[in-house]
Design a protein around this ligand. Structure first.
Ligand code: GRF
Length: 192
């Protein structure tokens, strides 16, 4: 696991594309005593991401990068991360795939939360796929990011039961609730 022996908390950037409920939750945890990270930066590829509002609410710097030219944007992001001395990236509903070289530069220090029990259902539409296959369980996973999509080392997972009358909305809502417990728990596990 990642060992961090410094007295200070780990400066973290959260990458989002949408609602940002995981971001909001991580900010809430980061304000608790003994939580190992502080959130210094919010990065979004989407200027309309609702989660950007949390920048204003919690007074955290936000930056929007449109990913039309991914390589150039990633270079800009890396220099911003350097400027803010960011040592950990938490992807939280970030809908862009980062390049291999970007991931390598942050090797072992990018986390993602994914709404399925990986290695099942990598990629998109996880809830619909679990429902279509009539699975009994789905869940969520926090994992380290490597250059293969949703394939890095798993830090923590939580199983969530699927009920007969579930649909994508009800299932995603129930899983999201668990995500809000799992992501902070995985961060604690990683840095303890
Ligand atoms: C979550 O379900 C997360 O697992 C997935 O995208 C969703 C983001 O939700 N990667 P939010 O923006 O954190 O509310």
């Amino acid at each position: 696991m990642i060992k961090y022996s410094g007295p200070k908390r780990i400066k973290t950037a959260v990458f989002i594309s949408g609602t940002g409920s995981n971001l909001k939750n991580l900010v809430k945890f980061s304000k608790k005593k003994n939580f190992p990270i502080t959130i210094e930066l919010i990065i979004s590829n989407n200027p309309k991401a609702k989660g950007l509002d949390y920048g204003k609410i919690f007074k955290i710097k936000t930056n929007v990068f449109n990913f039309n030219n991914k390589m150039i944007k990633e270079k800009e992001i890396l220099s911003l991360l350097n400027k803010y001395k960011i040592k950990l990236i938490c992807l939280a509903g970030f809908m862009k795939i980062l390049s291999k070289s970007f991931i390598q530069k942050f090797n072992g220090k990018i986390l993602n939360i994914h709404p399925s029990l990986l290695p099942k259902y990598k990629g998109l539409n996880t809830h619909a796929r679990a429902l279509n296959n009539q699975d009994k369980y789905s869940g969520c996973t926090v994992h380290l990011v490597n250059s293969k999509l949703d394939s890095g080392k798993i830090i923590l997972q939580k199983k969530v039961k699927i009920y007969k009358n579930d649909n994508v909305r009800t299932l995603s809502k129930r899983i999201l609730k668990q995500e809000h417990k799992l992501y902070p728990a995985a961060i604690k596990k990683l840095f303890s």
